[in-house]
Design a protein around this ligand. Sequence first.
Ligand SMILES: [Zn+2]
Length: 279
Amino acid sequence: MKKIFLVGLLVSFVVVAEVPLNIVKISNNVYALKGETSQRSKDNFGNNSTHGVIIGKKSVLLIDSGASFLGAKQIHNAIKTITEKPIKYVVNTGGQDHRWLGNDYFYQLGSNIIASQKTHDDQIARTDYHLNRLSILIGRSLNGTKPFYANETFNNKKIFNFEGTHLELYHFGEAHTVGDIIIWMPDEKIMFSGDVVFVDRMLGTGPAKNIKSWIKVFEKMAQFKPKVIVPGHGSVTNLKIATQDTYDYLIFLRDKIRKIIEDDGGILSATNINQEKFK
Ligand SMILES: [Zn+2]
């Protein structure tokens, strides 16, 4: 009996060795939750992403709900170590899995889920794609995940007074995904960029269809001159590093691909681009 119990313990340990989220305090009431910068896995519940937390007078606003039910629960557990206040709002900054597949978990707790209309539509359009891909990458850590789409949407701009904290939400155009938004806190000059900015790791260009637009969106984001940027992936950063890791790479790709097209090269020539500079 003892032996069986021990084996059971061992198996459950081997199945999921949880990778915790790194909690980073940015100001009195603002935090970032940083997940792994590697691929989605059963151990990180798909949360290979960075999330934002703003604590209001009575409740919490969470930026991006995680890639799965268990990923959302992990985010919630991390928030519980900071505050006991309930999570009243969740904002989805884009249409990628880790931005929204934890929505259902928070909706069940009473959260209102906000996104741009384009992200809402993107969530619907790519639900099956995300769930299929996640089932391969995170396996049983996807258990319990039910897609729930944002229940409050806006087109290009939303000014939001969150319990005394002034927030500005902007959709400037397509970036990493079609409906990406940024969230600006003008009083503290903190920018939540979602997947408009990646640092510490290679940029994921997968779902991006329009690099030109992404470059423009980055430039608009940079015009705010943020002091602190909470990126979609990687560590809390500043504009200089965000520019090096994201903007310069997008410009590099655009210029290299443009050259290939001008020289009548095929798509396969793109695989020969030397990307050493961004290793
Ligand atoms: Zn992402």
